[in-house]
Ligand binder design. Structure first.
Ligand SMILES: [Zn+2]
Length: 263
C-alpha cells in the first residue's frame, strides 16, 4: 500500500508541475501577444511590482556593500533627499536615499525609489550640499522617468515578471541581476535627461543647480587622474566633456547662474 501511495504522490507532483509549467507557458503566450499587439514592452511591470522589485534588489545590493551609518552624513543625505522628493515629479514613489559603505565615487538608482549614494562620492564632493543634491537629483530622475524599470523590462522581460508573480527561488537571482543592471548607464538620451532634470529638481528643492557643472568637471578630473577606478562607474555614460557642455547649455537656456558657474 505504501509504495502505491508514494507512486500516487509522485503522479500528483508531476501533474502539479505540468499544470504549473502550462500556467507559465500560457502567461508567457499572453504577454507575448500583448507585446506584439502594443508594439512595445513598456509598463508590463505594475507600479507596486516595480517598487517591490527595487526594494528586493536594493536589499541584495546593500548586502554586498554594507550601509554607512555615520550620523552626520546620513542626516545630510536624508535632508537633501526629503527636499528632492518634494521637487520630483511624479511624486508618488516612496523615495529612500541611503549611503553605502564603499569608497567608490558612485551613485545608483533602483526602480520604485531606492537610491544609493556611495560614501566615496560624498567624500569626493566634500559634503557639498549643492553638489550632492545634483547627483541625487540625477538618480531621482532615473526613478521618476522610469528609466530603471524600463531597462528591466527590456533586458529581463518576462523572466522578471514571472519571478514577481510566482515569487519563488528565481526572485533572489533576479534581484542580483537587477543590481548589476542598475550599475550600467541608461544610454545617452536618458543620461542627458537625468543631468537636466537633476538640475531642475535641485533648483526646485532650493539648491544651486550650477553645481552640476562643478561635479561633471570633477568627474572629468578623476577620470584623467584615476582612469581605472572611474572606468567602472562612468565609462559607459556619455563623455564628460559632452555632459559639461550640455549642462552649461541647459543653465543658459534656463537663465540660471550660481556659485559654480555663470553663463
Ligand atoms: Zn545616470
Amino acid at each position: 500500500m505504501l509504495p502505491g501511495r508514494r507512486e500516487g504522490q509522485r503522479e500528483v507532483l508531476i501533474v502539479n508541475n505540468c499544470r504549473r509549467y502550462q500556467r507559465i507557458c500560457i502567461l508567457v503566450a499572453i504577454l507575448t501577444a500583448l507585446t506584439a499587439f502594443c508594439g512595445c514592452q513598456s509598463r508590463l511591470i505594475s507600479r507596486s511590482q516595480e517598487i517591490q522589485l527595487g526594494q528586493d534588489a536594493g536589499d541584495d545590493f546593500e548586502h554586498k556593500y554594507g550601509r554607512d551609518h555615520d550620523p552626520a552624513r546620513n542626516a545630510l543625505v536624508n535632508s537633501i533627499g526629503a527636499n528632492l522628493e518634494r521637487a520630483a515629479e511624479p511624486p508618488d514613489y516612496p523615495y529612500d536615499y541611503r549611503i553605502l559603505a564603499s569608497n567608490q565615487p558612485n551613485a545608483v538608482a533602483f526602480p520604485g525609489g531606492r537610491i544609493y549614494i556611495f560614501r566615496g562620492m560624498i567624500k569626493a564632493l566634500e559634503d557639498d550640499q549643492d553638489k550632492i543634491a545634483w547627483v541625487l537629483g540625477h538618480e531621482t530622475t532615473h526613478v521618476a522617468h522610469q528609466h530603471a524599470v524600463h531597462r528591466i523590462e527590456r533586458q529581463l522581460g518576462y523572466e522578471a515578471i514571472i519571478a514577481l508573480i510566482f515569487k519563488k527561488k528565481s526572485a533572489a537571482r533576479i534581484a542580483g541581476t537587477v543590481g548589476s543592471l542598475m550599475l550600467l548607464d541608461y544610454g545617452r538620451d536618458n543620461e542627458f535627461e537625468a543631468d537636466r532634470e537633476g538640475m531642475l529638481y535641485a533648483h526646485n528643492a532650493g539648491y544651486d543647480p550650477t553645481a552640476a557643472v562643478a561635479v561633471l568637471e570633477l568627474f572629468q578630473e578623476i577620470q584623467s587622474r584615476e582612469p581605472n577606478d572611474f572606468e567602472i562607474m562612468f565609462a559607459t555614460h556619455p563623455g564628460n566633456k559632452d555632459r559639461i557642455n550640455h549642462a552649461r547649455g541647459y543653465l543658459e537656456k534656463m537663465g540660471w547662474s550660481g556659485a559654480y558657474y555663470t553663463p
